[in-house]
Design a protein. Structure first.
Length: 241
């Protein structure tokens, strides 16, 4: 008995399935007349058979989570892709059961921004000293030590022992201690202000896509938040000048 496998496509030429087709005696035929008959499948209205190999990708597979192989009669080949609209429609009908809610994503983003702010602060800043450009970290103990040093020079000390990152402790002049303290205040002010504005954006974001676009940077702040941050930092600079 002769047989073959054929692909079923619908009225829109979308791949549906692969079927077995047998060459059998025609129902109304006389003598040796035969016909191809689909086995264990009934073609729906608009569906048809095409004699070709199956598409490489099966429906609803692939990295994007959606592939709808479509037969192109002009090229006699499968188009194994999907439009953005088709993908969105399929995803709407097949939600990810493990997907986080918007509020869960918001909480994650708040933690991400807060952690990034803390990391940036403790990383410290560069300051020009008598030894050139030196870097000073601002771990909690560093901040306490710097506050102690500043208090000493503000009460009349000519200098105070301190050290830059990775350097041997030395006597810093009162001017150097004051400069390091001022730089640390500006550094912390910038990052706490940036963090505050980013968290405000996070809390008002309306979609997962918007939340995903928020990173620890002032570059992409919405116009109103960017303007307010600039105003706050300018006012703070004027006070400390």
């Amino acid at each position: 008995m002769k047989y073959k496998h054929s692909c079923v496509i619908d009225a829109n030429f979308i791949y549906k399935t692969l079927v077995l087709v047998l060459l059998v005696q025609a129902d109304q035929g006389q003598g040796e007349e035969q016909e191809w008959k689909v086995q264990n499948y009934t073609l729906a209205d608009g569906e048809q058979l095409i004699d070709t190999t199956t598409p490489i990708m099966r429906p609803h597979a692939g990295a994007a989570g959606f592939v709808s192989p479509k037969w192109d009669s002009d090229t006699s080949a499968w188009i194994e892709a999907a439009t953005e609209e088709e993908i969105e429609a399929w995803e709407a009908e097949h939600p990810d059961p493990n997907a986080k809610t918007l509020e869960e994503l918001r909480a994650d983003k708040e933690t991400e921004i807060s952690d990034a702010c803390n990391t940036a602060i403790v990383a410290g800043m560069d300051v020009e000293t008598s030894q050139g450009t030196e870097h000073f970290a601002l771990q909690e103990t560093d901040q306490i030590n710097l506050t102690t040093a500043l208090s000493a020079v503000e009460t009349g000390a000519a200098g105070y022992p301190y050290h830059a990152d990775g350097q041997l402790c030395r006597m810093f002049t009162a001017k150097e201690i004051t400069a390091i303290s001022a730089a640390s205040i500006s550094h912390k002010l910038y990052h706490t202000t940036l963090c505050n504005h980013l968290l405000t954006w996070v809390r008002r974001a309306e979609t997962a896509e918007e939340l995903g676009s928020i990173t620890y940077s002032a570059d992409n702040l919405p116009d109103d938040l960017a303007a307010n941050m600039t105003q706050v930092l300018a006012a703070a600079t004027a006070i400390n000048a």
